[in-house]
Write a protein that binds this ligand. Structure first.
Ligand code: B12
Length: 252
């Protein structure tokens, strides 16, 4: 069945729970304002189940209620992985066969962002979700620049290392910092490199839209839950010739 309603207490009852903050002191009026907002969001009836002062001028709310909207799962648009998932051994073999040198990738958290846990999960040997990070791959050289790297510094280092791919992490989304920083980064690479020679630009973070590559000016966007194998397999897919072409090249 493609048409669904949310589930709260019983199947199909349409019940949801939302939370938000209003810039008002905690009071009965503030609770009424929260209920009014929820009604305008299509939650009816809306029950304010939690209200807590966040300092003198703000209140945090949790509202529980019924939405009238239906979800049509046949209309959902997602970005599917369109390349095979490879083991570290397969990735190493593919790189060795196609390049006859190691693949160099350079990673960083750019701008003021100091959230390195995500990119370290992908790059560091300790890895993520039971998978080892890209440092574990013999045929991949990882240069991890860490936190709060300035874009000009990243570009300069990428050139010095002759990086095949640049991996940027952005976790903070306040004032759309992740979008501004990423578009600044991709523009800087396009300006610094001749056309057709820009390294593969990859960005990741929990609040990116994976379908936004065009708007961000990057080759690939990875969201929450990404694992090192997803990324290593993508590098093989995007940077190396397809297996049949690889074979032809070796044969000729
Ligand atoms: C740990 C943490 C911190 C630590 C960071 C330590 C460190 N060395 O990273 C510290 C305490 C320093 C910190 C500071 C701040 N934090 Co903080 N932090 C968090 C927290 C709790 C967890 C983040 C995390 O580590 N997740 C685990 C990793 C594994 O997940 P991930 O980052 O999503 O990464 C995965 C994917 O997204 C993807 N990925 C990520 N990057 C990349 C890159 C590439 C190339 C690829 C392929 C994939 C990829 O792969 C990863 C594995 O699957 C989050 C809340 C939360 N629960 O998420 C808040 C959170 C991110 N922080 C927040 C804030 C506001 C801050 C501060 C501004 C707080 C303050 N007022 O000082 C500062 C900012 C510091 C700065 N200059 O950046 C907010 C951000 C809100 C927003 N809308 O932007 C959050 C969401 C908390 C909240 N709910 O308010 N924080």
């Amino acid at each position: 069945m493609s048409i669904l309603r949310p589930y709260g207490d019983t199947t199909g009852d349409g019940m949801v729970q939302v939370s938000f903050t209003l810039p008002m002191a905690n009071s009965k009026v503030a609770e009424g304002a929260a209920a009014q907002l929820a009604a305008k969001m299509g939650i009816d009836p809306a029950l304010v189940v939690h209200a807590k002062a966040m300092g003198p001028d703000f209140t945090f709310f949790v509202v529980y209620g019924r939405v009238n909207h239906l979800v049509d799962t046949s209309q959902v648009e997602i970005v599917e992985r369109d390349y095979p998932l490879l083991t570290p051994k397969e990735v190493n073999a593919a790189v060795k066969r196609a390049l006859r040198r190691r693949l160099t990738i350079i990673g960083a958290c750019i701008g003021s962002d100091a959230h390195t846990v995500g990119i370290d999960a992908i790059l560091n040997i300790k890895g993520f979700a039971g998978e080892k990070g890209l440092e574990y791959y013999r045929e991949i050289k990882v240069v991890n620049l860490g936190a709060q790297v300035l874009v000009p510094e990243l570009v300069e280092r990428a050139r010095a290392e002759k990086a095949d791919a640049v991996m940027v992490s952005q976790v903070v989304t306040q004032r759309d910092a992740h979008i501004h920083n990423t578009t600044t980064m991709s523009a800087a690479f396009r300006e610094a490199y001749p056309t057709g020679q820009v390294p593969l630009l990859v960005v990741g973070g929990p609040r990116f839209d994976e379908g936004a590559t065009g708007d961000l000016g990057v080759d690939k966007v990875f969201g929450r839950g990404t694992t090192p194998a997803d990324v290593a397999s993508y590098l093989v897919h995007a940077l190396l010739p397809a297996p049949s072409e690889r074979h032809e090249r070796t044969a000729s």
